[in-house]
Design a protein around this ligand. Structure first.
Ligand SMILES: [Zn+2]
Length: 212
């Protein structure tokens, strides 16, 4: 059931506060069934090879982002969306990061007259084998109202987990630190707060909204 990590973990993997490893869902190959429970929150990520040669994912700082500023071909930010998802396999609400393929699949359902608001039916996000194109397909399952227990688990989840923590752009210093880059160059350029204060804790609408 719930995966519990014990022993030594990487700093960035160590859970803090009320957020647990089990609050995040990963799409595995095959079926991933569940219910979308929120509008998508849009943010941007980078894939960067760090100093130890590992390919790492970091959130884009957007403003004065050291990866964007480096400007190599592979440094372009990629859009991602975070949604709340009732994972049927785990029987719990989790945060799920999706890319444009899954987003488009869900949007098509939302726009279709047969399906409509995505909270009213389960979907199956099927992940194909490695290198499959498309890698993800989104299929609707059946219309069924959420039970009171399911609604309550969303309320509990919302009380415990702040989705904005994971989609708010980090400071340039944090990005540099995660990659083991010299943060003094980043901090020298940092005028990050103007951007941050306009998004942190606000009810800013994501660029793409479901009719929810
Ligand atoms: Zn960036």
């Amino acid at each position: 059931m719930t995966q519990i990590t014990v022993g030594e973990v990487a700093w960035e993997d160590a859970s803090t506060g009320g957020n647990q490893q089990s609050d995040f869902m990963r799409l595995s190959e095959g079926d991933n069934k569940g219910r979308v429970l929120s509008n998508p929150q849009q943010y941007a990520i980078h894939w960067v090879v760090d100093e130890t040669g590992q390919n790492r994912k970091v959130n884009c700082a957007v403003h004065e982002c050291p990866v964007c500023l480096r400007g190599q071909d592979t440094d372009r930010p990629t859009a991602r969306w975070m949604i709340k998802f009732l994972n049927r396999k785990e029987g719990r609400v989790q945060l799920l990061e999706i890319g444009s393929q899954v987003l488009q699949g869900i949007k098509e359902l939302v726009k279709s007259s047969d399906w409509g608001p995505v909270t009213e039916y389960d979907i199956n996000i099927r992940r194909g084998p490695k290198n499959a194109k498309p890698l993800y397909t989104v299929m609707p399952l059946r219309h069924s109202p959420l039970t009171n227990d399911e609604k309550q688990s969303l309320v509990d989840f919302n009380e415990r987990v702040d989705i904005l923590r994971f989609v708010t752009p980090p400071t340039p210093e944090v990005v540099a630190e995660k990659l083991g880059w010299d943060s003094s160059t980043a901090s020298a350029k940092s005028v990050d707060n103007s951007f941050k204060s306009s998004t942190t804790g606000s009810t800013k609408k994501s660029a793409i909204d479901f009719d929810f």
